[in-house]
Design a protein around this ligand. Structure first.
Ligand SMILES: Cc1cc2nc3c(=O)[nH]c(=O)nc-3n(C[C@H](O)[C@H](O)[C@H](O)COP(=O)(O)O)c2cc1C
Length: 146
């Protein structure tokens, strides 16, 4: 059964932009092997991530995410069965915090700050879908095999 999990978390203070890129590269390799797709947004303090795939691979990934010291305060925003993937061609899309996205983050945040922990499931999915337009990503289809 296909499912989508969306969660918010707060980055560890020690996390640098370079280490986020390294994290992404590793995540994309793993996700390709496990048929997981998704979208990660990072505004330099908070993460908001959607992961899509089989229920068991998603549950296993979430268990690893919870133990990862690179972020804390993980909160599940939604976990639901879906008929189709929203980020189907991406092993993990990424939207960072450049100025062009600032408005979008603020628009979806409460009290003038991006605080993804307060988003509803539909609002989080809408934000990630908007951020996915023009986001950095690698294509599942075009990726080298192996
Ligand atoms: C914000 C954030 C997002 C992550 N996203 C993924 C992901 O999409 N897929 C993944 O396999 N690991 C992801 N990770 C890393 C996992 O927490 C964990 O370190 C990794 O899955 C372990 O992989 P390994 O078993 O190959 O060492 C993420 C970590 C953080 C902090």
């Amino acid at each position: 059964m296909l499912a989508r999990l969306i969660y918010a978390s707060e980055a560890a203070a020690s996390l640098t932009p370079d280490s986020v890129q390294a994290l992404l590269a590793h995540a994309r390799r793993n996700n390709r092997l496990r048929d997981i797709t998704g979208m990660l947004a990072f505004d330099s303090r908070y993460f908001l991530q959607a992961i899509e795939g089989g229920r068991q691979p998603l549950s296993d990934l979430y268990a690893r995410l919870v133990q990862d010291p690179r972020h804390q305060r993980l909160m599940i925003i939604s976990f639901e069965a879906v008929l189709r993937r929203s980020f189907s061609s991406w092993t993990m899309g990424f939207a960072g915090a450049d100025a062009s996205r600032r408005g979008l983050y603020l628009l979806h945040g409460a009290s003038g700050q991006f605080e993804p922990h307060s988003l509803s499931g539909p609002a989080a999915l809408a934000l990630l879908s908007e951020l996915a337009e023009g986001a950095e990503h690698d294509s599942r289809e075009a990726a080298p095999v192996g």
